[in-house]
Design a protein around this ligand. Structure first.
Ligand code: AMP
Ligand code: MG
Length: 404
């Protein structure tokens, strides 16, 4: 073992360094059917009013409000997509269907339930006012009105409104291309029988899921052995077609930990050690051509917690998201937490509702090798560095993964 030369920096400072050095990727125009989950790269502004024409909200009869209470002659029909020719004068009405254009001259619609029809004469109720029962031009959007802001994630309603304004393609931020690999001589491909001292590579699949959930387009590389030249070859090859590199393992200070020196030879290491538990050896570097690299620790919980704290917000910045962080909420500790003296700790918890409060219960042993502490966890509770115990009942901040 050798001592690390990297300064041990605060978790928040490390997170800020990562974001400062993470580029925002460019935009691309994508067909609307492929836009779900993507992030809008430019503000969308209404070019035309919505609705574009006065459109009936009901089935009924279009008329002049000044004719309310009278018996009128039905002179035509306006159904959705088939406007009536001609206009509505005094004493006349037109049958109209939902979505039909309000004919010229009419200023309200009587609902079919409220009229009496005899042949081509319709008696409409009194008390109808101009403007009743139809959507006016620009009721939903006026020209020049903002529709969706850059940085908005496109969900069903956002895609629907974009399509309603006639956009077949949308400007969205490019998704980060991420090369993912594991390092370690002890690792074997999942599904293969491990030999003596070997374990299945589980981090790659956990991180693949996390990367995809965060919007990355992932190239899954294999397992790199703890051998500097082979590791270098895999990394250099991978970087030709990637915006970011994510590795796991090989970042602590043992002699087989080769990722930091490699990243240093390829670029600049900004973060080499963090006052964070789990995740002290987390490493972040910038490389040539605006590319970035994350060296995550090998312990399964450490790799996923550092992913949440550092990698996910960076991937969101690359994609232009307005909000980079997961939501946080104050929660009440349901257990006595023992903080670490010199490191911020993210403890894995389940949450339960008690009245208006969320109460956090520990998921058991918080060992960084025990992935069972993260499986099923609702949140990561942030326990500030301290040598004082944190009693059950204390209010702490929780990074919410999912709510119960
Ligand atoms: P390292 O950071 O390489 O020193 O690894 C720390 C611990 O995490 C060791 O016990 C490794 O065997 C384990 N580990 C490293 N990489 C992986 C991986 N891809 N999947 C599962 N465990 C791993
Ligand atoms: Mg290793």
């Amino acid at each position: 073992m050798r001592a690390s030369t990297y300064p041990l920096i605060d978790a928040d400072e490390a997170a800020a360094l990562v974001l400062e050095n993470t580029p925002v990727l460019g935009l691309e125009h994508v067909a609307i059917d492929d836009c779900a989950g993507r992030v809008l790269a430019e503000d969308l502004v209404a070019e035309a009013p919505l609705p574009a024409f006065p459109s009936s909200a009901v089935d009924g009869y279009a008329l002049r409000a000044s004719d309310a209470g009278k018996t009128l002659r039905v002179v035509g029909e306006s159904s959705a997509g088939r406007p009536m020719h001609g206009s509505i004068g005094p004493g006349s009405a037109a049958r109209i269907l939902t979505g039909g254009v309000l004919p010229e001259g009419a200023d309200c619609v009587a609902m079919v339930e409220d009229v009496h029809l005899a042949g081509d004469a319709v008696t409409v109720p009194a008390g109808l006012r101009a403007g009743s029962n139809y959507h006016k031009v620009g009721d939903d959007l006026k020209p020049g009105e903002p529709v969706l802001a850059a940085g908005t994630q496109l969900g069903a309603a956002e895609i629907g409104i974009a399509a309603a304004t006639g956009r077949a393609t949308l400007p969205v931020c490019r998704r980060p291309r991420v090369a993912l690999m594991s390092t370690g001589d002890e690792l074997v491909e999942v599904g293969r029988k491990p030999g003596p001292g070997q374990i299945p590579d589980s981090n790659r699949w956990a991180l693949l899921a996390a990367l995809r959930e965060a919007g990355a387009d992932v190239t899954v590389l294999g397992i790199a052995p703890d051998e500097p030249d082979q590791l270098r070859e895999v990394v250099v090859g991978a970087l030709r077609a990637a915006d970011a590199l994510v590795t796991s393992g090989g970042v602590s200070v043992g002699t087989h930990d080769l990722v930091k020196p490699l990243l240093e030879s390829l670029g600049t290491v900004h973060v080499g050690r963090v006052k964070l538990k789990p995740g002290k050896p987390f490493t972040f570097a910038t490389l040539a051509n605006d590319r970035i690299a994350f060296g995550l620790p090998g312990f399964p919980v450490s790799s996923l917690v550092t992913f949440e704290v550092f990698v996910r917000p960076a991937l969101r910045k690359m994609q232009g998201f307005a909000r980079l962080q997961r939501p946080t909420l104050p929660v009440r500790l349901g257990y006595d937490a023992r903080p670490t003296a010199d490191r911020t700790e993210y403890q894995r918890v389940t949450l339960r509702r008690e009245g208006r409060e969320l109460v956090a219960e520990t998921t058991g042993s918080q060992s960084s090798s025990r992935l069972m502490s993260l499986a099923g966890a609702h949140a990561l509770v942030r326990v500030p560095a301290s040598d004082q115990g944190l009693k059950a009942g204390s209010i702490v901040e929780a990074m919410i993964l999912s709510l119960p």
